[in-house]
Design a protein around this ligand. Sequence first.
Ligand code: KMH
Ligand code: ZN
Length: 429
Amino acid sequence: MIGTTVALRLRMGAHDAHYAGDLVDGARILALFGDLATELLIRLDGDEGLFRAYETIEFFAPVFAGDFVEATAELLSVGNSSRKMRFEARKVITSARGGLAPSAADVLSEPVVVARAIGTCVVPRDLQRRPRELYMPGLPAGPAPSPQAIVTPSDEPAGDVILTAAIVGAELTRAQTPYLPVTPAEVADEAARCREAGAAVIHLHARDDDGSNTQSSDRFAEIMDAVRRKCDCILQPSTGGAVGMSLDERAGPLACRPEMATLNCGSINFGDDVFVNSRPDIRRLAAKIRAAGAMPELECYEVGHVEEALALSAEGAISLPLHFQFVLGVKGAIPAREDVVAFLRTLVPREATWGVAAVGRWQQPMTELAMRLGGHARVGIEDNIYAGKGVLSEGSAPLVARAAEYARSIGREPAEPERARSLLGLGAR
Ligand code: KMH
Ligand code: ZN
C-alpha cells in the first residue's frame, strides 16, 4: 500500500570504512537503500525487482566505522511496473572521537539525518506475483491506472492550510440548528467570525428571508456585498445549489463574478435524492464559470469525479491550476475513510491543490487527516452542525477555530486570504 515503510538498523564496521579517518563510503548508504527497496518490492510484488534510477540523492553528515545507522524506505507511488520510493538514513549512535577511549560511544539525543534519496524501481508486470488489491485495498484487481495518473505526494513541507468555511448550505433548516445564518447581515457576520477564526475561503449558499433556497443573482449580490464589507475572504458561491434546481438557476451567482465557484464533477445518490450533474451539464457550467472569470473548485464525491475533472482539464474546459475538493461521507457516495483520502490524493496532479470536506461526525477526523497529508480543509455547518456528540456548534466559526488550532499543532498555519489566493493560483488566472 502507498505509504508502506520498511526499516533496517545496523552498525558500520571497520570493513565499511573506505576513506581516511574511518569514513564510510556514501555508496555503502546507497547499498542500504537498495536492500530496503528490495524488501518493499518483495512485500508488494513477491519479486526483488530492479532499481531503475535515483531522482535525487543528498548526503548531509559523515558516517564513521562504529556508527549505528537506521535507514527507512517509504512507498510513494505505484505505476504499471514502476514503484517510486523515498529513502532516509539516520545515525543514532556514534563512536566517540577526539581523545576518548577507542571503545567510547554515544547515543545521539536526536538522530542525525545522514542521507536522503528518491528513487524508482521496476517490477515487470509478468513478474508481479500479487494482485493490486493487496497493496491498494478497495481497488479491484485489474489493469493499473496509467502511470501519469499516479503522482507522488509532494516532498516539500506542506506549508499553510487553506481553511474553507461552509457556513450556510442548502439542506439545513433553522429547526435543525438555530445557528443557521439566513439574512445577508447574518451571513456577513458569520463570515467575519470565520475569517477571525482562520478561514480564507467562504463557501456560500443563499437563502431568502424565510430560509428557502435561492440561487438568485440579486440575492447573492446582496449577500456577497454584505460579506465583502466585513471581511476579505475569497468568496466561493455554490453552483450546486439545492437538489432539483435547473442548471440555469444554479448558475445564478456567477453573474456576481465571484473569485471562485464550485463545479460538481458528477452525479450521485445524495441521501434519498439524486444530485444530477450530467457530463454535458458539467461542461456547460464549466464554460459559465470560465466566462465569469472564476476559478472552479472541483467537487468530487466519487473516484470517477476526479477522472472527470482531469478530462475537463485535458479538453481545455477548465484552466490550470486545478483545485480539488474531496467530499466524503455523503450517503450514497464515497465513504469517509482514511484509505479513501490516501488513494484520492494520489490521483490528482502534483501541481494541483486539494482539500477534504466530510459530512457529520467525519468532518473533524477527515479534515485533520487531510491536513496531515498536506491537503486543505473545509469545515462548517453546511456539512456538520455538531461541535461534539449531541452538542450543536454555535455556527461555523468554532469549527474553523478547531481546525485552525489543529493545523497549528502540526506545524501548519491557516493561510490568510491573500496567501490562499497565491496558493490557489488565483492571481495568475
Ligand atoms: N446542496 C448540494 C446538493 C455545492 O455547493 O456545489 C450541492 C452542494 C454542492 O452543496
Ligand atoms: Zn455547498
